[in-house]
Design a binder for this molecule. Sequence first.
Ligand SMILES: [Zn+2]
Length: 137
Amino acid sequence: MRKINKIVIHCTATPEGRPHDVADITRWHKARGFNTIGYHFLIHIDGTIERGRSIKKPGAHTRNENQDSIGIAYVGGMTKDMSKAKDTRTTAQKDSLIKLMIELIYKYNADMQIFGHKDFANKACPSFNAKLEYANL
Ligand SMILES: [Zn+2]
């Protein structure tokens, strides 16, 4: 198993309230030249956690940070009209995100660090400050 030191949170950058699944994102990421979905997990609007890429394989979600990280995306992250970034996480998504991260920390690395994509790139993703919000996880 590869060494995992961090979790990087993403959003799908899709409109608030519009559902998407791993099949959709796999299709988009393949169109961008990846061999499958770039994220390891997807959190649906209703909080369902869907597995993406195998956790054994590095993801394709954060430039220069994929080798030692797990990428998790929640569905949403934009306003309904797509005019701007928005923290669209539902209570169910927030709950599932925390539950999943606690499991991953327990399973892979007690010293796991949590980041948002924007901590590594000039992007709005995941439309909230993950590093700050999850500093004490
Ligand atoms: Zn991202």
